[in-house]
Design a protein around this ligand. Structure first.
Ligand SMILES: Cc1cc2nc3c(=O)[nH]c(=O)nc-3n(C[C@H](O)[C@H](O)[C@H](O)COP(=O)(O)OP(=O)(O)OC[C@H]3O[C@@H](n4cnc5c(N)ncnc54)[C@H](O)[C@@H]3O)c2cc1C
Length: 706
């Protein structure tokens, strides 16, 4: 063995003397991309020439950033082999349209590698205020910020337009702006619950650094994390997640006399629940009284529900829990009205011929928003006992179990501090798993576009599974799905609002073949509302047009003007008006991964892997287009199994003492496998508020030994 090492060493020495290039250790740099890190690895030879560059975009959206990384790897980055690293012009590399964030992250990582390898001095930024506009979360408004450097340091970030929901953006202004200024680093963590907005702010700061003559690579120094551990003891109830279900759980536990601690991952309370229009509330006692009798016949509603959740003669929901929900949802409304909330008139069930008035809208009292009402309710509950507390930007990671009993929660704060919160009972209210790729792939046919908060990543479900072997129940219920749009919404000015509306209309037209990822047509499953039913195609779908049909739109206009119910971009579209600029719209759509064209239907099927397309769509000859669309879902529906006491049930069918699951974390017990959630209206939000209220009281009784 030693001989071999000696031989190798002498070989290396001979090669060096002969000036033959010797491979060096690969150089790597990691930079935040779109919702995840991008790592770039560069191999150089002994002469400092690039041997290979590999960008790992596996954390990026697969067919946007992930694809961009692959395209760059195979294209321009491969072409850089042989270039001297010291001469590399990373800023001059042309990125991929529609995947700007990933492309920029790759370029920055390359600059960092070059700076590290060449020991280059940091490039100073010129003092001044720079105005930068970048696409953000909104589909109608971009984000514009004034960014100031003084003495070579970032000193001020000022919002001109947020391009985001104001209440969510407020968490970015309050938390991310000061942290970026304090850390002077783009490695500062994004704010949970405002990931897209945070990413856009960081992108704007990058642009400002470049405008000021600096190098983005110099602004990626690591940010130190705390390794402190904080122990909090003797709580009766710990609530994990403070959205709708968590807020009512916290409030009802406090009201029932428990000492209660709340853990919330985002920088604000409310979760997805403050975006909800309304919960189901059957026969609120106050309104039954005013009505002089029941508003909805509960037995008939239960029977109707049971019919919907029966599959092949088998009941798939837990009907005893459904009944418990129906019978308690009305009281939740009256109970919340005692605090900071008010509810509108009862509204009729969607699509149901009986016209039952099953749901209502809700808001804060005295014109306050839901967000304000949630904060007021939390503060009222906190004030009920001086030990009560809750902490934002604290992420629960694990259930603590002692002697086989649930005994608390381990969590990590934004600054890295570990919290060990000890208590007698735990209520899981983490909002389901729409943000988790693994569970989505396993149970709901892949990752869905969503209007929900992606921090709901199955934490509650996984914690219960890992700690107490919780039974999973109907994780494969179809996610709540009421919105459809093109797959990659163009959020900047590459198209006008009217052009965006035309692209959208093409993506929402069931008069043309609508197919899933397998190429199978789903038109017969789409009823009155395209967006409510197109989930049948799966997380993504394609609308197929022949080139002849597209040419017809240029001359005669679209056959129909299809507008989305949500996520409209402010433009107008009219049927029958010639679309002279259709080629431009389609080519921008192509760059964004929304439009695909091939010389024939079969070639289109090959290009997109739509195996059964040619069997499902009649080939009229000539070239074909596919417009890619997606359901933008509200939430997942399946979770862990609970009983009528909201206790988590383990795989052996036994309730787990002291552990409760509410809201989306247990919604599957009301629903049926592979079916859409019940369409009465407000069932998901109603379950969140009612299950939380009841679990808060049950957990308190358990903790107090009652
Ligand atoms: C735009 C929109 C509109 C909707 N409209 C309706 C409607 O009209 N009617 C209806 O019935 N349903 C509607 N829904 C669905 C409904 O909002 C949800 O089903 C409901 O809000 C779920 O409540 P929840 O408390 O379970 O989850 P959420 O309200 O989402 O709360 C979960 C909370 O847990 C936190 N969390 C996650 N992981 C952790 C962790 N590890 N540690 C600590 N905290 C964590 C999250 O940050 C979040 O605050 C809508 C959803 C959306 C997005």
């Amino acid at each position: 063995m030693k001989k071999w090492i000696a031989l190798l060493l002498s070989l290396v020495m001979i090669m060096s003397v002969m000036n033959i290039a010797v491979a060096q250790e690969p150089l790597t740099a990691t930079v935040a991309g779109f919702g995840g890190d991008v790592t770039v690895t560069v191999e150089v030879d002994g002469e400092g020439k690039i041997v290979s560059i590999a960008a790992d975009g596996s954390t990026q959206t697969p067919d946007v950033g992930g694809k961009a990384a692959n395209d760059l790897n195979e294209g321009v980055l491969a072409g850089l082999a042989g270039t001297e690293l010291a001469e590399l012009d990373a800023a001059g590399i042309e990125g991929i349209t529609g995947a700007t964030v990933t492309s920029e992250a790759i370029k920055t990582a390359l600059e960092m590698i070059k700076a590290e390898a060449t020991g280059a001095e940091a490039a100073p930024v010129q003092d001044g205020t720079y105005t930068v506009t970048v696409p953000a979360y909104s589909v109608t408004e971009q984000m514009t910020l004034n960014i100031t450097f003084e003495g070579g340091k970032l000193t001020k970030i000022e919002t001109v337009t947020a391009g985001n929901t104001p209440v969510i953006f407020a968490t970015v202004e309050e938390n991310l702006y000061p942290r970026l200024i304090e850390n002077q680093s783009l490695e500062t963590d994004v704010i949970t619950g405002a990931t897209v907005a945070s990413g856009a702010v960081k992108q704007a700061v990058e642009k400002a650094i470049e405008m000021a003559g600096g190098s983005v690579a110099d602004w990626h120094k690591p940010v130190a994390k705390s390794d402190a551990v904080v122990e909090l003891n003797d709580y009766d109830v710990i609530v994990v997640g403070l959205g709708g279900a968590g807020m009512t759980a916290y409030l009802s536990a406090a009201e029932s006399g428990a000492t209660v601690f709340g853990i919330e991952k985002a920088a604000k309370v409310g979760g997805n629940s403050t975006n909800t229009s309304g919960p189901m509330a059957i026969n609120p006692p106050s309104r039954v009284e005013a009505n002089g009798g029941q508003i909805v016949p509960p037995e008939e509603l239960l029977a109707d529900w049971a019919e919907y959740t029966t599959i092949d003669g088998q009941q798939d929901a837990k009907l005893d829990v459904v009944e418990m929900f129906i019978n308690n949802s009305g009281e939740t409304l009256d109970w919340m009205e005692k605090y900071s909330f008010q509810f509108g008139d009862e509204m009729k069930a969607f699509f149901h011929p009986a016209g039952w008035k099953v749901w209502t809208s809700y808001a804060g009292k005295d014109g306050k928003t839901k967000d304000e009402a949630y904060v007021e309710a939390m503060e009222a509950a906190k004030a009920m006992n001086e030990k009560n507390d809750y902490k934002l930007e604290l992420t629960a990671t694990e259930l603590l179990v002692e002697d086989g009993k649930v005994a608390g929660v381990k969590a990590v704060a934004a600054d890295g501090t570990t919290y060990l919160v000890h208590g007698k009972s735990v209520i899981l209210a983490t909002g389901g798993f729409i943000g988790d790729e693994e569970l989505s792939n396993e149970y709901i046919h892949g990752v869905w576009r969503t209007e929900a908060m992606t921090q709901c990543d199955g934490a509650g479900i996984k914690m219960a599974q890992n700690a107490v072997n919780a039974n999973l129940y109907n994780l494969d219920v179809v996610p709540v799905s009421h919105i459809a749009q093109v797959y990659n919404i163009v959020r900047n000015d590459d198209l006008t609002a009217d052009q965006k509306a035309i692209l959208t209309s093409l993506a929402l037209d069931k008069a043309y073949p609508v197919v899933g990822e397998d190429g199978v047509k789903v038109n017969d499953k789409i009823g009155m509302f395209f967006a409510f039913d197109v989930w049948a195609a799966g997380p993504t779908y394609y609308v197929i047009y022949s080139e002849n049909e597209m040419n017809g739109f240029k001359e005669n206009g679209l056959a129909a003007a299809n507008t989305p119910m949500f996520l409209a971009q402010g433009g107008t579209v009219e049927a029958g008006v010639p679309v002279a600029d259709l080629d431009q719209i389609l080519s921008v759509g192509e760059a964004y991964g929304d439009v695909f064209k091939a010389d024939s239907l079969a070639a289109l099927a090959d290009q997109l892997g739509l195996e059964k397309l040619t069997e499902n769509v009649e080939d009229q000859g000539g070239a074909y287009y596919a417009i890619k669309g997606a359901s933008y879902v509200y939430s997942t529906c399946g979770g862990v199994e609970v009983d009528t006491n909201l206790n988590v049930v383990d795989v052996d069918g036994n309730p787990v003492s002291g552990l409760y699951a509410v809201g989306n974390d247990s919604l599957g017990v009301l629903l049926a496998s592979e079916k859409a959630y019940v369409t009465y209206g407000g069932a998901a939000a109603g379950w969140a508020l009612t299950s939380g209220r009841l679990a808060g009281a049950y957990a308190t009784a358990y903790a107090k030994g009652e």
